[in-house]
Write a protein that binds this ligand. Sequence first.
Ligand SMILES: Cc1ncc(COP(=O)(O)O)c(C=O)c1O
Length: 394
Amino acid sequence: MSTTLAKRLEVVQPSATLAVSARAAALKAQGKTVYGFGVGEPDFNTPAHICEAAKAAIDKGAHRYTAVSGTPELKKAIAEDSVRRRGVPCEPSQIVVGVGAKHVLFNLALALYEPGDEVVIPAPYWVSYPEQVRLCGAEPVIVETREEDGFRVSANMLKNALSPRTKAVILCTPSNPTGSAYPEAEMRAICEVMADTDAWLIVDEIYASLVYDGFKHVSALTLSRARERVIVVDGVSKTYAMTGWRIGWSITPPHVAKVLDIVQSQSTTNATAIAQAAAVAALTGTQEPVEAMRKRFESRRNLIVERLNAIPGVKCRTPEGAFYAFADFRALLGKQGLANDLDIAKYLLEESGCAAVPGSAFGAPGYLRFSYATSEETIEAGLAAARAAVEKLG
Ligand SMILES: Cc1ncc(COP(=O)(O)O)c(C=O)c1O
């Protein structure tokens, strides 16, 4: 008999992004001004026609369990959306809808990773990728990328990281936390490398609609000659400002979808019926609100990158997509006892009210991630306060 906790938890870290927002919330509760650049979710409301569809679904009786992998209407809408955006066939039998893309990635981890497996993840990475791999007893293999290379892994770097134990490679484009996105030629080269292996290429495309300056996102599913080993993860959270509705999905070969269905049938069963109806409206209704939000994000990106680069010692590349600016704060290290990016994030929060996330949470020490999914006023005032705090360091 034993009441010890499972050993698998010893290797898992809590979400650092949420830790910063908790501290920011505590300061706010004390009446301090806080500029929240921490959590990554659009500050816009879900478009009205999507909310109306959810209300109508309640009235029409969407009160019961649905099929585990999603309602036929939603899977059809996702398949059609994928064909439109990726230009390759996609059938409802390839789709499993989960409770957000994070849950979908977790289902995938349970279905694919075992002790002894390696999963290649370029850094800076989204915090959940390595933790989910570890939770399944597998080993994340982190490949460091450089800012000069746009924080992107090259086909060659990837090749060198592969081993006979590689089970999967996870790419995120556009990326959380850097906002970098893979141009078509680079993604094609990566797909070529992966096509000659028998490992999975998992692409997280949750930010694919949020690209700027005319950048063209081209899916690995479109480019690969080994589509049977490409897995796409996507969802409505970021594109449609629907983080709270919790709808995401995977597109996999049908035999994998069947296994994911089994995994999910033993945990959440289905995603909420009402939220699924809302997601149908999101995918099949007007896309005008998406374009309006994208434009706002683009102008905020321009503003925040300019303001970050105006802070003495701070450098920030212009990201192609998502809603994050990933800034190099290493020039501040050593000033007034600031030993690492955690110290810098804490200093900025306490001194200026700016809540950004330390880069070490994403495998990139010395950097800070600023989410610009917040108002222009917050960006203006917060970055002015951050600048003043940095100038105080001398
Ligand atoms: C890269 C990336 N993938 C997946 C997710 C999860 O999104 P969802 O809200 O659909 O769970 C996030 C959310 O922050 C993300 O940044």
